[in-house]
Design a protein around this ligand. Structure first.
Ligand SMILES: NC(=O)c1ccc[n+]([C@@H]2O[C@H](COP(=O)([O-])OP(=O)(O)OC[C@H]3O[C@@H](n4cnc5c(N)ncnc54)[C@H](OP(=O)(O)O)[C@@H]3O)[C@@H](O)[C@H]2O)c1
Length: 374
């Protein structure tokens, strides 16, 4: 079996790589995993992958196997996705193509729009055109938030709806447009496809191996990071008002759960679209309380959305002019939940309660919110 994977140096892609390798080993599969990975100046793509396969966060089963042995399954294509040459990819026929590379950026700034579109939608179009003539199936990793602003129960199909979707930012829109492109093109070419959509990715929660580990702290972790360092810098904690819809929640799903679902689903022809999400969104007020408690910033209040909001102090200003600006559309959204019946039948969704949520934040705090950059 041949699998091509993009984004293997990323949060999700690295875990998809781990699980594919684990699957090859456990099932004694004669498989080949082609990783399209770019180098980082002097650090080759191969060295970046070796680092991912030989660190203290690497799953035990792979560490025990050793990198040399793991490379019997791996072939690296050292290239930027925008600069792939036909000659390099010509022998990758009949492979499953899992496209996990992307640019996660929830910015609402106008000047970020074009870059976000290009790095998500344009790249997807470029590689699709290159590979579609000879691959077996195109699997696109999107986001559950490509559904845009919704309330009530959200089903897996986002492309046969009787209303227009309203997106909160360029990222959601670019991911949705990529999905639409993939679906339309695959239908026209009679090429199998699959759209898999994680919600907000959190630390590991399955098993005991490196529990709560995540290589990069994004979204809710960024809020925790902001107040963690603010609490450390300032003796006087000024009151910060969070504009929040009290009914609403943030859907968080552990990275190892997402990758395991991707690996057990990508070959299934009966699943075309699947949200890889929690069965229950984490209430925002509760989540904020747990975050602030964990990082030790205790002077805050929850207020409803209002048109006139003047900053009361410098911390509010700093927060709302940075991370707060981009997170706000999520904090004021109406409550929604996903239909997870199908997902739960693939792999049981791990329980995310107050304790495990706090543990995710505590893990990040203990690691000083330091991303792992290979
Ligand atoms: N993180 C989340 O909370 C989340 C939630 C829902 C959906 N998703 C989706 O899941 C997918 C993976 O996200 P992630 O969290 O793993 O992101 P990430 O950690 O930021 O990783 C992005 C990956 O894409 C690669 N990449 C980007 N542009 C590239 C290019 N031009 N050429 C080669 N490689 C390129 C990066 O390579 P380098 O290391 O070389 O930069 C990296 O491996 C994305 O499609 C994202 O939209 C993520």
């Amino acid at each position: 079996m041949k699998i091509i994977l993009t984004g293997a140096t990323g949060v999700l892609g690295s875990h998809i790589m781990y699980d594919i390798l684990e699957d090859f080993i456990s099932n004694d599969t004669k498989g080949k995993l082609y990783l399209i990975t770019r180098n980082k100046g002097k650090v080759s793509a191969k060295d970046r992958i070796i680092e991912l396969l030989s660190s203290n966060y690497t799953p035990k089963i792979l560490l025990e196997k050793g990198t040399e042995s793991l490379f019997q399954y791996i072939e690296i294509i050292d290239a930027d996705l925008t600069q792939l040459q036909n000659s390099v990819i010509a022998n990758l026929k009949e492979a499953y193509f899992i496209h996990s590379a992307g640019y996660v950026n929830l910015s609402t700034d106008e000047d970020q729009k074009e870059k976000i579109y290009n790095e998500n939608a344009e790249i997807t179009k470029t590689i699709f055109k290159l590979f579609s003539p000879f691959i077996k199936k195109f699997i696109y990793i999107s986001t559950a938030f490509s559904s845009g602003i919704r309330n009530g129960l959200i089903e897996n199909d986002f492309h046969n709806l009787e209303f227009e979707l309203e997106h909160r930012n360029a990222y959601e829109n670019a991911k949705y447009q990529s999905e639409e492109f993939v679906i339309e093109q695959c239908k026209a070419l009679n090429l199998p496809y699959q759209i898999l959509r994680p919600s907000v990715i959190g630390g590991k929660m399955l098993g005991t191996d490196n529990l709560y580990f995540i290589p990069k702290y994004m979204v809710f972790y960024l809020m925790a990071k902001f107040f963690h360092f603010t609490a450390q810098r300032k003796d006087l904690q000024e009151n910060v008002r969070f504009i929040v819809n009290k009914e609403s929640g943030l859907n968080i799903i552990p990275v190892d759960y997402v990758s395991k679902v991707v690996v057990s689903t990508f070959k299934r022809s009966d699943i075309l679209q699947l949200n890889i999400v929690h069965n229950q969104s984490f209430n925002l007020v509760k989540g904020l309380q747990l975050i602030m408690n964990e990082v030790g910033y205790l002077n805050f209040s929850i207020v409803p959305n209002c048109l006139d909001f003047d900053y009361n102090n410098t911390i509010e200003k700093l927060y709302y002019e940075s991370i707060g600006k981009h997170l706000k559309p999520y904090l004021i959204s109406a409550a929604s939940e996903y239909d997870t019946t199908l997902l739960n039948s693939i792999l049981e969704i791990p329980k995310l309660d107050s304790e495990s949520f706090s543990n995710m934040i505590r893990y990040a705090k203990l690691n000083n919110f330091k991303d792992i950059n290979v």
